[in-house]
Design a protein around this ligand. Structure first.
Ligand code: PEP
Length: 247
């Protein structure tokens, strides 16, 4: 019912030339994928990446955007600027942006609303810190983050949102949530969406992210509520990323 979606988050890696080379290598390897395939490149790579993905089944995403339409916001990038380059997806509220760039539940929400208004698909990241997991408040944390991120979203729009559940302690650490743990937390996220949006929650695609790689992708993707992955480190090599995509 929900088409899986596997997205690579390249973070601050790859020049525009390297992006072109990586996408050219990736294209034939993922051409038969059952899942939607997306690469979220640095902003400086988007134009080159848009040209490189043309005519393929690879979607293009940004890693952040501003929630204003335009104006005096030095260094920022608007939804229209992304759309003009052919971008379809945008990661919003990645834990690194929340931690290092003062992204809050409020700015995440404003960005989600702006992305939907403009016709971009937001990939909204939520997830607990290690300390929160150890204190047994994971469900509470992700439920709250999810509801705040989706505040004010029209009921008819919620199925357009992709949520990425990323336990922060699993990002870039080689530690993965067990598939059962990840699935249970994703069920909590879906339940929180259901409380606000009703059965439309069953259409929302919820990814797992956190050291997902060719070795663990099959097991994670076999779980009932895991609808894809947001892949950091393993998205930087065409061979690894394609193995995750073709789990
Ligand atoms: C991420 O940054 O979204 C991520 C999941 O990274 P990694 O796969 O490297 O843990």
């Amino acid at each position: 019912m929900r088409k899986p979606i596997i997205a690579g988050n390249w973070k601050m890696n790859k020049t525009a030339d390297e992006a072109t080379a990586l996408i050219n290598e990736l294209r034939p390897l993922v051409a038969d994928a059952k899942a939607d395939v997306v690469v979220c490149t640095p902003a400086t790579d988007l134009a080159a990446a848009a040209a490189a993905v043309r005519g393929s089944n690879i979607g293009l995403g940004a890693q952040n955007m501003d929630y204003h339409d335009s104006g005096a916001y030095t260094g920022e990038i608007s939804a229209d600027m992304l759309l003009n380059l052919g971008v379809q997806y945008v990661i919003i509220g990645h834990s690194e942006r929340r931690e290092y760039y003062a992204e809050t539940d409020e700015t995440v929400n404003l960005k989600v609303l702006k992305a939907l208004e403009k016709g971009l698909t937001p990939i909204v990241c939520v997830g607990e810190k290690l300390e929160e997991r150890e204190n047994g408040v994971t469900a509470e944390v992700v439920r709250k983050q999810t509801k705040l991120a989706l505040k004010g979203v029209a009921e008819g729009d919620v199925a357009k949102v992709v949520v990425a559940y990323e336990p922060i302690w699993a990002i870039g650490t080689g530690k993965t949530a067990t598939s059962d743990d990840a699935n249970d937390t994703i069920k909590e996220i879906r339940a929180a969406i259901k409380e606000v949006f009703g059965n439309a929650a069953d259409e929302v695609r919820i990814q797992y992210g956190g050291s997902m790689n060719p070795k663990n992708a099959t097991e994670l993707m076999a779980m009932s509520d895991i609808d894809g992955g947001l892949i950091g480190g393993a998205s930087l090599k065409a061979e690894d990323f394609s193995k995750v995509v073709n789990y």
